[in-house]
Design a protein around this ligand. Structure first.
Ligand code: GLC
Length: 416
């Protein structure tokens, strides 16, 4: 009996020592659409293969500007609370000093498996700071049933056409009894999302990209002013006034309730709109964003996996990051949720190659335009803040587009 007890105790001790030895990795992700679900699936897949590791998924804020704020607080304290995190494509330059350099953990071939443009974007002073997870480019979502009902055979190609169609459909639907119906929803809150939307109006009107690749601050030009001025008329006409407080999920809520003719949003909204419980399932399609006097311009977004420099478990954290941005996970993410892979051979996977959504995204990706995050690093977040706060004043009707453009040019020049 005593022998049995002793054995049991030894067993218990070794089980608890083993449990205590589990390596914990905390993984911060955003909370837009399927973000947390997909991250948890990647974590579960990893833990199944690595029973000595516990990955804790932390659901961060929805809006990218707020996630950045949370991370900066964390870095300021040099805290090891976040080991690995999903970060925005615009951050590698700004956050470089707080993130592990990955070159010594990845072979040249491992790095070469990813989209070279994104690898370049994620490289700061010659060091790879993040592993590419997915490529994001926005689209114009439109209601096929309503376009047909109001006599349109094709989606709009210009912002002007979109305005006219949105107005006609909005008037008709409201008259038919849906008082909540609106023509166009987008991202008008004062945050990074508005930087993307406004850059698209401006670039597609041949108005440049705020700061050009050679460092020239170009925002105060006539085409940019014209584009901002046109968009400033949308809130309260074809868009609800509330759009001035909308992020991606707020616009999707209106769209997915069946209350908008058009929506500017990222690919993540597609699978959600096509879900079985969605009232717009089968009633919408998407195309490239409309244009002004230039060509359709879609802000290049995307998310990367970073490892914090303040982690206590760098080796294990990088190992997990590599898995979470690896082939298997990127394949799952595109097939089940519609996030475009940055791991290039995933596109050749027969299951992905035959995917109609991925095919339809091709021409839209080709219209991608980059935000000036590389040229302004490590101050991109500040440049963008000046831009989106001023644009927000313009679209709220507080100041004219002309005054806004001049004001931001002065502020951005001073800051750089
Ligand atoms: C999406 C994009 C990201 C962008 C953000 C703006 O998440 O992937 O790059 O900054 O939207 O809200």
């Amino acid at each position: 009996m005593r022998k049995l007890l002793l054995l049991l105790m030894v067993g218990l001790i070794s089980v608890s020592t083993f449990a205590a030895e589990k390596i914990e990795i905390s993984f911060l992700v955003g909370s837009t659409g399927h973000d947390v679900t997909a991250a948890q699936r990647a974590a579960d897949m990893y833990m199944e293969k690595n029973p000595n590791v516990k990955v804790k998924v932390i659901a961060g804020p929805k809006n990218t500007t707020d996630i950045l704020g949370l991370l900066l607080q964390n870095f300021e304290a040099k805290s090891a609370d976040i080991d690995v995190f999903n970060g925005d494509v615009i951050w590698p330059g700004d956050l470089s000093e707080h993130c592990l350099s990955l070159n010594k953990y990845m072979t040249k071939d491992e790095i070469a498996a990813y989209n070279p443009g994104v690898i370049l974007n994620n490289t700061s002073k010659g060091e790879l700071k993040a592993i590419p997870l997915f490529i994001d480019v926005p689209m114009l979502y439109y209601r096929t049933d309503l376009l047909k009902k109001y006599g349109y055979s094709n989606p709009p190609e210009t912002w002007k056409e979109m305005e006219e169609m949105a107005k006609k459909i909005q008037d008709g639907e409201r008259e038919a009894g849906n008082r909540d119906f609106c023509g166009f929803v987008w991202q008008g809150d004062a945050y990074e999302g508005l930087t993307c939307d406004a850059l698209e109006w401006i670039a597609s009107n041949d108005g440049g990209t705020i700061v050009e690749p050679d460092g020239k601050v170009s925002i105060a030009n006539a085409n940019a002013i014209e584009a901002l001025d046109s968009a400033s008329k949308w809130p309260g006409t074809i868009s609800p006034k509330g759009v001035l407080g909308f992020n991606e999920e707020a616009s999707r809520a209106v769209w997915q309730a069946g209350n908008a003719a058009f929506m500017r949003n990222w690919p993540y909204a597609y699978a959600l709109g096509e879900a079985d419980d969605s009232v717009i399932k089968g009633k919408f399609d998407f195309t490239t964003l409309p244009k002004g006097k230039g060509k359709s311009s879609c802000s290049i977004g995307g998310w990367e996996i970073f490892v914090s420099k303040y982690t206590d478990v760098p080796e294990e954290a990088v190992k997990f990051a590599k898995f979470a941005a690896g082939y298997e996970v990127q394949k799952m993410r595109v097939i089940d949720y519609g996030w475009l892979p940055a791991y290039m051979s995933v596109y050749d996977d027969p299951d992905v190659a035959k995917n109609a959504f991925v095919k339809q995204m091709g021409p839209i990706v080709a219209n991608g335009v980059a935000r000036p995050s590389t040229v302004t690093a490590p101050n991109y977040a500040e440049v963008s803040r000046i831009f989106f706060t001023t644009v927000h004043k313009v679209i709220s009707g507080e100041i004219s587009a002309k005054r806004g453009a001049k004001e931001m040019a002065v502020k951005i020049k001073k800051m750089m």
